[in-house]
Design a protein around this ligand. Structure first.
Ligand SMILES: *Cc1c(COP(=O)(O)O)cnc(C)c1O
Length: 406
């Protein structure tokens, strides 16, 4: 590739996504390093007072920085790389997925506005919407995300934002993103999609009609269980406007070190996600007929109630499989405790396979009624497939199911 290696190496857009994962956004120092440099610096020096003044007026040279809470070269490499991969005009990286989600709300609404969200959300996202927004005078409606009539009925003139997660955690429900986007746009609202479970590899919400996408980069983007991170992607005007202004003044910036880890993670994102999704499909197929399994939830299987919709908007079924074990909480605990390869954790998207019992951990805060409504039974377990040998994972799960009580 012939290009000026000393400056910001913007990849031509016609390249395949995997090439963007390796090259996009690279900024090389005078040393021409092959691996992206870690600019572990808070501040930046100006050649003279006039240059400092110009930088603060936004009239500095292109690709120049002021302070790491506003931006940093390593963080900018990560932002440009994921924006190129996602096909978004712009990205702003944050300290965690929740910093991104929080900014997507608080940078865009004010008292008197209205927000509509699907009920089956990651717990902290639900807290921000259900508990925090109303404290600041924002009205909120939570709907059954799979029911388009619910979305349409909730939308009104004051509605500023729609927020959804698909597939949802932990029951892997699929929400029709193009249809919800259309309803949002009919009242002039913006649709934000939490795309963590689907990953940027398997689902492109912006191309499906959403206006903004958020990731917890903590999950598959790092992919190896090391750093927290998040990112918001969307159009240049919104990301460089209200989103950047909000995050740079409220302090949710991504650390340059974490950005460097995420950059390295992105190089292998497709390889990892593909392998994990293959293992997930194998596992889902292998356990479906087991006598201890009441139902297996995997969007990539034909028995998933929304399989057709999943395959319309996703490239694969994803890396997470949920299983409902007969025998309730006791059987689920026996299953978790019998696993030898797969670790018990609330996390996901790691190279290590992890299992969660949502009813007693991530979703224990919810009332039993709401858990029942969301399909989070006491026998439900969520498996995040890692990079171990698929046969070892299937054997581990089958053996633990055999031991999960009678
Ligand atoms: C983990 C997660 C988040 C929050 O991300 P953090 O990086 O932990 O702040 C939000 N949504 C979903 C679906 C997640 O899995």
């Amino acid at each position: 590739m012939a290009r000026d290696e000393s400056t910001c190496g913007e990849s031509p857009t016609e390249l395949a996504p995997q090439t963007h994962l390796v090259h996009a956004g690279a900024r090389r120092s005078a040393y021409g390093e092959t691996s992206e440099a870690l600019f572990l610096t808070q501040g930046f020096l100006y050649p003279n007072a006039e240059a400092a003044e110009a930088r603060f007026k936004g009239e500095g040279p292109e690709d120049s920085f002021i302070y790491a809470r506003y931006g940093n070269p390593t963080v900018a490499m990560f932002e440009d790389r994921i924006a190129a991969y996602e096909g978004a005009e712009a990205a702003f990286a944050t300290a965690s997925g929740m910093a991104a989600m929080h900014a997507s709300m608080f940078a865009q609404v004010q008292a008197g506005d209205h927000v509509v969200a699907s009920r089956a959300l990651f717990g902290s996202c639900l807290y921000v919407i259900e508990t925090l927004l109303p404290r600041f005078g924002v009205a909120v409606d939570l709907v059954d995300g799979t029911n388009l009539d619910d979305w349409a009925a909730a939308a009104r003139a004051e509605t500023k934002l729609f927020f959804l997660e698909s597939p949802s955690n932990p029951t892997l429900e699929i929400i029709d993103i193009p249809a919800v986007a259309e309803i949002a746009h009919s009242v002039g609202a913006t649709l934000v999609v939490d795309n963590v479970f689907a990953t940027p590899m398997f689902q492109r919400p912006l191309q499906l009609g959403a206006d903004m996408v958020m990731y917890s980069a903590t999950k598959h983007i790092d992919g190896q269980g090391r750093c927290l991170g998040g990112v918001l992607l969307g159009d240049e005007e919104t990301i460089r406007g209200p989103i950047e202004t909000f995050i740079k003044h409220t302090g949710g910036a991504m650390s340059p070190f974490n950005a460097w880890v995420m950059l390295k993670g992105m190089e292998t994102l497709e390889l990892r996600c593909r392998a994990q999704a293959e293992s997930a499909k194998k596992l889902a197929d292998a356990v479906a007929a087991h006598p201890r399994v009441a139902r297996v939830l995997y969007p990539g299987r034909e028995d998933h109630p929304q399989h057709a919709l999943a395959m319309r908007q996703m490239q694969a079924g994803g890396q997470v499989v949920s299983i409902e074990i007969t025998g309730g909480r006791d059987a689920a605990f026996m299953f978790l405790n019998a696993l030898q390869v797969i670790g018990i954790s609330n996390n996901l998207g790691d190279a290590k396979s992890l299992v969660t019992h949502p009813a007693t951990t991530t979703h224990q805060r919810l009332s039993p009624e709401l858990r029942a409504e969301l399909g989070i039974s006491d026998g439900l377990v969520r498996l995040s497939l890692g990079l171990e040998d698929a046969g070892d994972l299937v054997n581990d799960v089958l053996r633990a199911l055999d031991q999960a009580g009678g």
